[in-house]
Write a protein that binds this ligand. Sequence first.
Ligand code: ADP
Length: 146
Amino acid sequence: MNKIAIFPGSFDPFTIGHYDIVMRGLDIFDKVVIGIGINCTKQESFPLHQRLNAIQQYFANEPRVQVHPYDCLTVDFAAQHKAQFILRGVRSAQDFEYERSMAEANKQLSGIETILLYTRPEYAHISSTLVRDLHSHGKDISVYLP
Ligand code: ADP
């Protein structure tokens, strides 16, 4: 069986923390489909096309990674891509509680399994929010990007 996972998120922007989760996901799954959720209530900072282009470039040499925007339910996006798994990352107890409730809801909706990977300790403080804040104050954010 081809093991396919989706990695859903806002990726506003996609950081080295996200990149690490995808690369480690490739050790577990045959294919990882990155889904940029565009129907969230969050106000976006980096335009969708910019996020999509950046992520495509990061994985240009990795044929087992695909990137697609989506505006439907995450479980429906997974079904469209024949994915049996949702891949997510966990940095803290707060992340864990959120991920647990999402995983339970998605499992109930479609039977899909969520696989959580712990962040590398050196990336635990990195969030898209932090990177957006620094960027809005004119700081160099390149160390946080893949
Ligand atoms: P969402 O808006 O759905 O939370 P994000 O783009 O913020 O999407 O994050 C997508 C996934 O990546 C989430 O599971 C999040 O916990 C995880 N993640 C974000 N930053 C890191 C990091 N530094 N290390 C590991 N996982 C991370």
